[in-house]
Design a protein around this ligand. Structure first.
Ligand SMILES: Nc1ncnc2c1ncn2[C@@H]1O[C@H](COP(=O)(O)O)[C@@H](O)[C@H]1OP(=O)(O)O
Ligand SMILES: [Mg+2]
Ligand SMILES: [Mg+2]
Ligand SMILES: [Mg+2]
Length: 382
């Protein structure tokens, strides 16, 4: 594996920029996390905070600077900020703070190791609301099956962020419908095994440092502590489950409305798993399973399965797990198709397990859904 950058185990201009982008975004979100962030409610009734807006503006600004021809499929858009001068001002300050931070002291990468940008960025430019709002709105790309684009969730797990739980800044590069590069910052997920997770609602954040994860298709998955910048990336692998599936622990959402906890309990029973689920917000679940803190991630649809998952909620996490030795599918065992546009419209639910154990887990998922009379969620393979 070649290494031109002192900070990264894989030489890739896209990865160098992605790491800078998510670490800058996490500077803004950790600052807001310390206070109880106020939130707005979007048209789908889900919350959004100034952290979500700032993180998206920061990441999009860097992608626009270094890869100006790339589309971005991102969750948020700027209309609420256009109508609210005070909120706009606060977000603008966070964006400026994060973009001004010295590269080497943040990522460990020398400025000279970054690719040449389309034009020299100036912090002052981004204070002007027009440019900052248009950076945010670059996230409106529609995606699709061919070519490349970025998928961004600026804060994944906004409900967790508001509750004082886990959240993640999730960025992936998708090419021809498949994630090929992932970078995920989990500011509240302790890097050191000895560091306890903070209690939910503890706004002082993680004891020790949070974690940042990277993966490149075919080149593996890695993590390091978010700080200090000199920290080296270490390879991660899923657990080998040598004790069999019954020894596995599984992760699920905290939010009962986001996935079917009752179905998960039945699947655990079918697999002989007796340990209770680990509930966690956001794609930190994928990251935890990828590095062996847990073994299985189940996200089965609730009710009639009418909710359609968004690509930014899975692209980075799915690649992390695959590169750490896992298989990622929907509840019928089909691979997730990131080339359908902004949503995973060809898939229902998500099942993540070690490659050699995944089929067995999917069989249990199918059995549980059929028992519940929800075999229709398995599509043609029912
Ligand atoms: N009704 C829903 N069903 C499933 N997922 C949802 C729903 N509403 C929002 N989400 C998304 O689920 C993810 C949180 O999942 P989890 O419950 O695993 O933490 C988030 O990406 C959230 O988006 P957001 O990025 O806005 O937080
Ligand atoms: Mg999300
Ligand atoms: Mg989000
Ligand atoms: Mg959201």
């Amino acid at each position: 594996m070649s290494s031109s950058s002192s900070a990264l185990p894989i030489s890739s201009p896209e990865l160098t920029v992605a790491l800078s982008a998510v670490l800058r975004a996490s500077l803004a979100t950790t600052q807001i996390f310390k206070t109880i962030p106020s939130s707005l409610t979007k048209s789908d009734k889900s919350p959004v905070t100034l952290g979500d807006f700032a993180a998206q503006a920061i990441v999009n600004t860097l992608i626009a600077k270094y890869f100006p021809d790339d589309g971005i499929v991102a969750e948020e858009e700027a209309s609420a900020l256009r109508e609210d001068e005070q909120l706009r001002g606060k977000v603008g300050e966070l964006v400026k703070m994060a973009l001004e931070k010295d590269e080497q002291s943040l990522t460990g990468t020398k400025e000279s190791e970054l690719p040449s940008g389309s034009k020299k960025w100036s912090a002052e430019d981004w204070e002007q609301s027009d440019r900052f709002l248009s950076a945010l709105d670059r996230g409106n790309f529609n995606g699709g099956p061919s070519g490349r684009f970025w998928a961004l969730d600026p804060i994944d797990g906004t409900k967790g962020f508001l509750r004082g739980g886990q959240y993640a800044i999730c960025l992936a590069l998708v090419e021809n419908g498949e994630p090929i590069l992932a970078c995920m910052a989990c500011p509240n997920l302790p890097y050191a095994v000895s560091d306890e997770k903070p209690k939910e609602g503890d706004r002082s954040g993680v004891r020790g440092d949070g974690s940042v994860f990277i993966a490149v298709k075919g080149k593996g998955a890695f993590h390091r502590s978010i700080a200090p910048p000199s920290a080296a990336f270490e390879p991660i692998k899923m657990n080998s489950l040598s004790g069999g599936l019954s020894s596995a622990s599984f992760c699920e959402s905290v939010e009962a409305g986001h996935s079917s906890q009752g179905t998960n309990a039945r699947i655990a029973e079918l697999l002989g798993i007796s340990s209770p689920p680990v509930r966690m917000d956001s794609q930190a679940k994928y990251a935890s399973v990828a590095r062996g803190d847990g073994d299985i991630y189940l996200r089965l649809p609730v009710g009639d399965g009418s909710y359609v998952e968004k690509i930014w909620d899975h692209a980075a996490g799915a690649l992390l797990c695959e590169e750490a030795g896992g298989s990622v599918s929907d509840c019928s065992g089909k691979r997730l198709d990131f080339g359908k546009g902004r949503t995973l419209s060809a898939n229902k639910g998500v099942v993540v397990a070690l490659k050699g154990r995944h089929t067995e887990v999917v069989e249990a998922v199918k059995k549980a859904l059929i028992e519940e009379g929800r075999g229709n969620l398995l599509g043609e393979q029912k």
